[in-house]
Design a protein around this ligand. Structure first.
Ligand SMILES: Nc1ncnc2c1ncn2[C@@H]1O[C@H](COP(=O)(O)OP(=O)(O)OP(=O)(O)O)[C@@H](O)[C@H]1O
Ligand SMILES: [Mg+2]
Length: 305
């Protein structure tokens, strides 16, 4: 009797990344030797860091600020209440897996601190901010969850400008100043379910502030009165900036963005070795182009470019 083989469901970009980079063995290597060694590549890539501009140091009064939808559209981000696109479909699939890990199910317990998700990558320009913001927009559309997107790229923050928002106080200010409640730095937007915590002013001791015991208390305040909140951190690149590995110690999930055809396996291994502070790491393949269908972000399930 012929056995019926149902058509294989298209793998998500999380699963495809794992296949391409043979990720499972990579994780096993990281876990089995228990290594969290900060192994840097011989020549860490240089990073263009925009000088920190003087930002008006406002604290938010809780009023909702308007997000520039046109800016979102132009940059290829998911537009709230906009049409279904390839990008929005990809992030629907990705968020399901992350939310399942964060919330748990009948079969599995929620991950400890799984509601905190760090979006990282080895090098600059691999799509961390693109993925963090799209993931946040996708989760914000959920009926049962809301999302706080934290700009944790203190040297080169870009979340506010991507949304067309003004600069204001943020996480680093709250870490540096015990008198400043972090809640007062949160910007509530006119996109239902989406709030932003800006990076704040860069200090010359960002990594030390992040590594201090107070950071955990500050981060706990972000969710203590809000069990439905998912917190997404937009990280600096792991191999160019030291805060990334410290941020990994504060989250329950890391999404490691790999840029199709660009991120080398050795860079990925080095980046993963720096993420030893988090046990649950997934790869996300960005900018893919698969032959023969040419599928990539933007051409999924026949929704067109
Ligand atoms: N899948 C994609 N489709 C279209 N544009 C993309 C995609 N991924 C990234 N980009 C674009 O590529 C550029 C670099 O992406 P992004 O800023 O997200 O990288 P990054 O990893 O956050 O860089 P940095 O480390 O410098 O912060 C941006 O202009 C972004 O909009
Ligand atoms: Mg970025």
């Amino acid at each position: 009797m012929n056995q019926y083989n149902p058509p294989r469901k298209p793998a998500s970009l999380l699963e495809r990344a794992g296949e391409i980079y043979d990720y499972i063995p990579v994780v096993r290597t990281v876990e089995s030797d228990g290594s969290t060694a900060k192994q840097m590549p011989n020549e860490p890539p240089s990073r263009q860091v925009t000088p920190v501009t003087q930002r008006p140091m406002t604290v938010h009064d809780g009023a909702r600020v308007m997000v520039d939808r046109e800016k979102l559209r132009e940059a290829g981000f998911i537009v709230p209440d906009g049409p279904v696109t390839g990008i929005s479909e990809e992030f629907r699939i990705i968020k399901r897996q992350l939310l399942l890990a964060a919330k748990g199910s009948q079969k599995r317990n929620p991950l400890p601190r799984g509601e905190r998700i760090l979006i990282c990558s080895a090098h600059p320009d691999e799509g961390k901010t693109f993925c963090a913001l799209n993931l946040a927009l996708s989760i914000a559309a959920e009926k049962d969850n809301e999302v706080l997107l934290v700009d944790a790229d203190f040297a080169k923050p870009s979340i506010l400008s991507s949304l067309g928002l003004e600069g204001s106080k943020g996480l680093m200010d709250a870490l540096a100043d015990p008198q400043l409640p972090v809640e007062n730095c949160i910007i509530h937007t006119d996109i239902a379910g989406l709030a932003i915590l800006p990076a704040g002013d860069q200090t010359n001791a960002d990594t030390e502030y992040l590594a201090s015991s107070r950071t955990e208390q500050v981060l706990n305040r972000l969710t203590q009165n809000n069990p439905h909140r998912i917190v997404i951190f937009d990280s600096p690149p792991a191999l160019s900036a030291s805060p990334a590995s410290v941020l990994a110690t504060h989250v329950g999930q890391v999404v490691m963005v790999v840029k199709a055809n660009e991120t080398t396996e050795s860079a990925l291994r080095d980046a993963l070795s720096l993420m030893g502070g988090c046990e649950h790491i997934q790869l996300l393949l960005n900018g893919t182009k698969f032959s023969p269908t040419g599928r990539r972000f933007g051409s999924y399930y026949g929704y067109g470019e």
